[in-house]
Design a protein around this ligand. Structure first.
Ligand SMILES: [Zn+2]
Length: 313
């Protein structure tokens, strides 16, 4: 047998009553009571009478039964810290997404539901979601964190419809990935419908003539007819068309904001006495309303189109 060593405090306690041995041969001296309270799995395991000392089937070390587990010491350490009272062990720091996968897998295996609830905030942290939405989705989905998976699915709309490879992609089955791509596509279709949805522009501005981009401008070319009878300044029509092309791939607020900031820079450079001074103010007012409509449209499709995602979590 390979050499085993002891885990660090508090899993080296002299009065511990059982040893859990990790897959990399680290002995964790622990108290059965803490694990039994946290997990019905361990409660049942510890209730099984231990074979008498000396029988081949049960290794004994320092007078304590040794129970081998398949988790490595890093995962087991995190798992046990969640089970122990906070006066003895602080919750582990799970900033590394990879660690979360292992801990969630183990939590599921050992029926440690409380751990899932503690891990959930990490995969629903907005900063992590913005940076790694697909990884968060895969982890939450695999870990059975339904609400967190739905939230992360929403954040994946900031990524292209066909995403680049990401580290935890193998946590998803082909069916899971298809469900996510279908959701993305349905959101894009829902957003596309806003392009010709004249009433929401009128409901905000009062009338189409009050819409600041429909006025003719002596300094800028105008378009022949935006939305039937009304003409609009050409740079705005170009922005409108281009934004909808981008929204097909990334139907989210960030797409609108990026496109708007680009047109604001471009119009300021035109030095048009009519358009340039007010472009930022007018565009930001408009894009706030527009982005709100996009969010609303996406909210309406998300629950039903994600049903297959929810079912498989
Ligand atoms: Zn102008």
């Amino acid at each position: 047998m390979s050499v085993s060593t002891y885990a660090a405090s508090p899993f080296d306690h002299a009065k511990a009553d059982v040893i859990l041995r990790s897959s990399d041969n680290i002995n964790f001296r622990i108290f059965r009571l803490f694990l039994s309270i946290a997990s019905p799995f361990f409660e049942t395991l510890f209730d099984i009478p231990q074979p008498p000392e000396g029988e081949d089937s049960q290794e004994v070390k320092d007078g304590l039964a040794v129970i081998p587990v398949s988790e490595d010491s890093k995962t087991l350490d995190a798992l046990l810290r969640f089970c122990y009272p906070c006066t003895l062990a602080e919750d582990p720091n799970l900033e590394e997404l990879k660690d979360i996968v292992n801990v969630l897998e183990a939590a599921k295996k050992y029926s440690l539901e409380a751990i899932e609830r503690k891990v959930a905030p990490t995969v629903s942290n907005p900063k992590i979601l913005e940076a790694e939405p697909l990884r968060c989705y895969a982890i939450a989905h695999r870990g059975g964190l339904r609400e967190e998976a739905l939230l992360a699915a929403r954040y994946t709309l900031t990524q292209p419809l066909i995403p680049e490879w990401f580290e935890e992609i193998d946590l998803l089955t082909a069916t899971d990935l298809l469900a996510l791509l279908t959701y993305h596509k349905k959101c894009a279709i829902a957003v596309e419908a806003l392009k010709n949805y004249r009433p929401w522009v009128i409901s905000h501005y009062g009338s189409i003539s009050a819409f600041p981009f429909t006025h003719s401008c002596s300094g800028c070319p105008s378009s022949g007819g935006w939305n039937t009878s009304n003409s609009a300044v050409q740079w705005w029509v170009d922005f409108w068309d281009k934004t909808f092309i981008l929204l097909r791939d990334k139907p989210c607020r960030a797409t609108i904001d990026m496109s708007a900031e680009e047109v604001i820079r471009s119009v300021r450079q035109r030095n048009c006495s009519h358009c340039s001074p007010k472009v930022a103010e007018n565009m930001r007012e408009f894009t706030t309303v527009f982005a709100g409509k996009v969010e609303e449209a996406i909210s309406q499709v998300s629950r039903c189109s994600l049903s297959s995602v929810e079912k498989s979590t």
